[in-house]
Each structure stands twice: as structure tokens, then as C-alpha cells.
Design a protein around this ligand. Structure first.
Ligand SMILES: [Zn+2]
Length: 165
């Protein structure tokens, strides 16, 4: 496969939950767009890069028992719609939780994990998932859980992610 820097840049933004924020209405938008869906043309030139914190809550979920190719080893697994603390929603796999313990409204946070593999010994894909494991050192509710997977921009080498997953 031949994919240029543009491909990797776009992937990188998604990995890091990089979106934009509308300077007109203040709405956080992920994935990044060129127009605010609310303000449309009024948002032209007013969208600034915006880093999502990675904290969110489970809005709905489903347990997948018959995964697509490449996911066989993980089944059954949980896919959920996660509402980010900043507002945008996305679909992601939930890890570090027993399927039976899943519940709507539970706090989750972004982690960087192996997603799947193209066949045996094939290309391994990495990306974000959301972990339900409580953030270490976090006491009772009150403090928003923050991702601890490293500073922004720490995943600039998608081809050599090291020991992850
Ligand atoms: Zn707007």
C-alpha cells in the first residue's frame, strides 16, 4: 500500500483526538471539520485546533460477538458511543472492563491500543480505544479523569509504536 504523509497526518489527528473549536459558538468538533455544523459560513476562519482531553462517558454500547476479519481474537468485545467531556461523540471499543459490568454513563478515557492485524504476521493497526479502568490515584468523583498515555504529539511514528496493546 502506498499512502502519503497526508494519510498519516489524518490518522495522527484521530489518534490524538485532535479536533477543532468554533470561535463563533464555542462548540468543540471532532473529527476536525472545515465548517462548524451549527454556524456554517459564520464559522469560516474561526475554527481553531482543539485538543480533546480524552475523558468521556458511555452513552450506549453493544457487545459484538461476531467480529469482522482481524478482530477474531478479541471477541466478544464492547463497542460504545462515547460522549467526550467536550461534547462530541464517537464510536470506540471499550477495554479493561468485563462485558457484564458495562453500563450507560460510566466514565471512560482514551487509551492507545492495537486495533487489529491484517492476517497472521500482517500489518498491525493502532488507534484509540476507551478504557473503563479508573485512573490511578483518582479518589472519589469530582476530578475529571485525564488520559495518561503521554503528552500530545507522542505518537508521531505510527510505524514503530513500541510495546502497546
Ligand atoms: Zn459554531
Amino acid at each position: 500500500m502506498t499512502q502519503g504523509p497526508r494519510f498519516w497526518r489524518s490518522i495522527d489527528q484521530r489518534y490524538n483526538l485532535e479536533g477543532v473549536k468554533c470561535g463563533n459558538c464555542g462548540q468543540a468538533i471532532f473529527p476536525a471539520r472545515t465548517l462548524c455544523p451549527t454556524c456554517r459560513h459564520l464559522s469560516v476562519g474561526k475554527l481553531a485546533p482543539f485538543q480533546m482531553s480524552g475523558a468521556g462517558t458511555v452513552e450506549s454500547f453493544t457487545v459484538v460477538h461476531s467480529p469482522p476479519n482481524g478482530f477474531e481474537l478479541q471477541a466478544p468485545y464492547v463497542m460504545a458511543i462515547v460522549k467526550l467531556a467536550e461534547g462530541p461523540k464517537l464510536t470506540a471499543q471499550i477495554v479493561d472492563v468485563d462485558n457484564a459490568d458495562m453500563r450507560v454513563g460510566m466514565p471512560v478515557h482514551k487509551v492507545f491500543r492495537r486495533i487489529n492485524q491484517d492476517g497472521e504476521g500482517g500489518v498491525i493497526h493502532y488507534g484509540y480505544k476507551f478504557s473503563a479502568r479508573p485512573v490511578r490515584g483518582q479518589g472519589a468523583k469530582g476530578q475529571a479523569p485525564m488520559p495518561v498515555e503521554g503528552p500530545r504529539g507522542s505518537h508521531r511514528s505510527p510505524g514503530a509504536p513500541g510495546r502497546l496493546g
